[in-house]
Design a protein around this ligand. Sequence first.
Ligand code: FAD
Length: 599
Amino acid sequence: MSNLIELKVPDIGGHSNVDVIEVFVKPGDVVSKDDSLITLETDKATMEVPAETAGVVKEVKVAVGSKVSEGDVIVIVEAAAAASATPAEAKPLETTGVASAHTDAGFAPQAAPVAASHSGGADIECDVMVLGGGPGGYSAAFRAADLGQKVVIVERYSTLGGVCLNVGCIPSKALLHNAAVIDEVSHLAANGIKFGKPEVDIDLLRGYKEKVIGKLTGGLAGMAKARKVQIVRGNGRFIDPHHIEVSVTTGNGREESGEKTIVKFRNAIIAAGSRVVKLPFIPDDPRVVDSTGALELKAVPEKMLIIGGGIIGLEMGTVYSTLGARLDVVEMLDGLMQGADRDLVKVWQKWNAHRFDNIMLNTKTVAVEPKEDGVYVTFEGEQAPKEPQRYDLVLYATGRAPNGKLLGAENAGVAVTDRGFIPVDKQQRTNVPHIYAIGDIVGQPMLAHKGVHEGHVAAENCADHKAFFDARVIPGVAYTDPEVAWVGMTEDEAKKQGIKVEKSVFPWAASGRAIANGRDEGFTKLIFDPATHQVIGGGIVGPHAGDMIGEICLAIEMGCDAEDIAKTIHPHPTMGESIGMAAEVFEGSCTDLPPQRKK
Ligand code: FAD
């Protein structure tokens, strides 16, 4: 029986005539509840509109370039058909949580669009055009230049460094460093050293963060110059497989001057990154911010809500809480910091319990309403308070979306997934062999160090080397206090996949250095293949865990077994020693713990 339902534009914070910049569905697609239908872009933000109900798409009423307001119909779905669709018919929308960036390991093949053809000339010609100057892009550009290529970077902002240097990894760590020092000295009171309450000059603190950014982005500009990498400032859009049109931008932002530059390239590397996802019910209000807004550190609120219990939200929460804010966090899933093993997260959660008034798991945020005396937020789910809660600041950190659909990639014949990712092979090649893609735009994990490695691979291939992205593992780190770091196979993932693993744990309560530091709450864990005793994963929770995880990455890349690590002499007393000790625990040879059973 037919059951046609109109899915409409919900409340979008009072905006009208908003641009549709992405359409994720087409007739025949099966959508689940909460799958994204379209992306809208206002002056201030982009937001994805989810399906309110599941069904089979019968008709799509909007297209890229349409303008919509609240109540406009987006699609018509047939609910009954959706319910009876067989799994074989059902083609779920791709999630951003794919395991790996590379086509071989995840993306469904995309139909290649027919490329356009540019008959005009070009203002600039180069061997390699890199679109986007973030960590992936500048690393690719510099590597290609070092290999003798004539390189152009197209970047819309006034500085290189992308999200990571300007509004991501680096500014967050500059603030976290200050928070960590405040927290650390407060612990010294128990040892007889009292400092009193810190006086925080928030303008100076913000200035410190800006100085850090300036130093690094200035350094990148100098290194580009030293390599003769030309930077063309503006919004780039492919016009055919060998040309990109750059609409020149000015000032610190993305305002276009009207001037255009055409760049002709032999090879291209797309490194255009990702952007914050704004849920449709998030209003425009200065007290409701994304990570970029939170990093602006305008003031310290009394009561702050973090929507989304991932790393970005929890890192920013750590900063604000140390500066004096009380925190609530709401997470749709059943735990914070997804991806890390629960035993690691448990240690972090216990140590940080004092920061939070309310941790709401399995709970959804359904409305955010700014009022004069605060922002009122309504929740639904297992741990939802009955009444809307009042906050002074709300940070939404619910994920990032790739920019693949905003570049005119179709004009170059480059395939882009429904969600905006650009599929690549292990050489970082798109379906168009002379066009590569790297970084956040090719898939998860959206991390700077992954993009940098992919950038090197793409650059080397542009210079006619035969390079492959063949890293076995990519580490993840939450730079909270304590830090949580993990790499390779996790215990939880092994359990989920039914893979048999063995583990060994060295508790920091047995580490002389951790005890001397007054921070023995953490532990170091190694995960082994039971057949070969090779290390295939590891996790660390404790101060500076992120600085230590690299040794486990190297061990996995080198195919080390427990004995290799256990017999490597680590300096004493260090926290790095705990990795050697964990391997000794596996071997049954650890003499810093009670007697172990020999394997
Ligand atoms: P981006 O850094 O997004 O750079 C893309 C660049 O392309 C941008 O400069 C953009 O302006 C430009 N661009 C896009 N489209 C166009 C166009 N059409 N024309 C011209 N230019 C264009 N990762 C970590 O590894 N460690 C961390 O600690 C960490 N912390 C983070 C903290 C926060 C708050 C956030 C938001 C992110 C963090 N990340 C971290 C993630 C990290 O920032 C990203 O993974 C990384 O920046 C991605 O690099 P990229 O080169 O792919 O793209």
